[in-house]
Design a protein. Sequence first.
Length: 661
Amino acid sequence: MIGGFQKRYLLDNFWLEPDKHVLTRAGQPVHLPKKPFQVLVQLIEHRDRFVGRNELLDLFWEGRDVYDDALRKCVGSIRKALDDQTDTPRFIETRWGVGYRYIGPLEVQFVQGATTLTEIEKTRAVKIVVEEEEISDETAETGISEVKGSTVAALSLSSTLRQYPKLTAFALLFLVVIIGAAVVMSSRQRSRSSTVAIANPPTEIRSIAVLPLKNLSSDSESEYFSDGLTENLINSLSRIEGLQVISRGSVFTLKGKEIDPKEVKTRLGVGALLEGSVLKNGGRVRVNVRLVRTEDGVVLWASNTYDRPAGDIFTIQDEIARNAVAGLRLQLSGDDQKRLARQYTNNVEAFDELLRGWYFWTQRTPSGLRKAIESYQRAAEIDPNCAMAYAGLSGSYALGIWYIPLEPNEAMTKARAAAIRAVEIDPNLPEAHMAMSNVLSYQWDWAGGQQEMERARDLDPNFSTYGYAYTLLLSANKPDEAVLWIKRSERLDPLSPLVSANVGQILYYARRYDEAIDQCRKTLELDPNYAMAHTHLGQAYIQKGMYPEAIDALQKAIALSEQNPEIKAILGYAYAAAGMKEQAERMIAELIETSGRKYLPSYSVAEIYAVLGRKDDAFAWLEKAYRQRAPHLGSLKVEPTLDSLRSDPRFANLLRRTKLT
């Protein structure tokens, strides 16, 4: 109410009366709850601009930390009350990443008793697209726009007064004062807004963690979809030069946990986090996300809920990534734009199989890797031009040698064919070059493997460098430099048990055993059931002469790894080193007995014979490993368990043949 006059709005055939909190249509009340009513009034009264989501949340939810879903439902209630449509809106326009704007027909009336003053504003024929950054740059035109608005209002009121001659000159003077006051207040309000923008200028945020999207489906088998989308968003954002993106190994340790943004900042050292949920139901996908500043929990950007057909998943991902970048205030180069726009496939079914492949590959279990191979094979069959399918297939075969385990020659023949195909299809795919690096290293082309690793790192600034660390250590024999690189990987992925365990193994190979033990214990704090951490801990204990502790750690690793024969062989070495010859011989017999049913790592059997002092048997098994082209031979130069063989000419010959001299 202004000076005794009550204001009301005519929205086409709806009457909105803010002072009475009433919305009517053809004389009949239209139900609109309190918050939607307040939001509608706010949009109408600020119809000259887009009203930001954060502004609305702060005004009507009192700054509470709420998901964008609450505001989305609120706007949905307004649309329902006004019979508005989201695809062809008549009243409320949505601007992704910016906010909402009233665009409908409008007639403003000031009513006092029998007196009614009317101002008509025509429907906007053209929707004006305003970027969020441009809103604060309108201050230079404020004076002109305010004068123009005042003139229009005065003309409208003058016309009205001619229709109502009973209005006195006093009333006219009063209304002019009202208009003038409104102009001044509006000008002050804009001035205050401009001052806030200057006092708190938007700054770039150069680090982000994409937290695992919550799976809202009642079907637990849909977990692969939410995890896969998370992985895909991580990959997309990591392509941006200068943006530090925490790798999946760390963020997935936070899966299913309610984490305060400040805690994320403390644990991961990032300036922002992207979080949300996904629901896959039949042929539709529903995704809701928001970008939060970790320093204070402020929501920088929140999506309208994406509720679309499954075939729109590529568009959804692209919109999320681009809006997140906008929320971080990053300026993208042309190359960044191209990398961000990259899609692995345009086929929805193939993409679904890629998500399954990622999900099972990360489990690093025999059954998980077998399923990953099947999923990647299906993706390649559905879309023969999907480079990521072949890169994933190659990586799964290579990893399967260690975890299933697969026979190396057969597995790497398939891995090589898949890696070549991946690079042929997309020479700019980092994963394709990583796969090729594994293949070349398997062929003992260490320089080629390192070159491919560096190519992958150049294409993706956030690509993990722990593979590069192994290359430096195993082929170049630069343990200290390798430790520096593996530590860099740990900074990019501080909560990942995989990366942490790899740090422990590099320290073991660098013969820094005390540090290796500390690192493995740190890994087990992250995940007490991580088999490889127990394995590397056991190896370090052996070299320290702590045999009971080594045996205990290795027995735990065997139980956690589905009876992995390589870890059994390391346990056999621990028995031999501890002087428990009978147990060591029994372990050798058990491994040989099971070799008919599963691949036996000959290299690891050679280690047991080496510590038992049976050099001829040790070299016989090393020769068998050479014929198998076992990838374990890559550690010949640095493996402490083989120290007793290094003075033998046969060892120098083996180093020469594996191109490690």
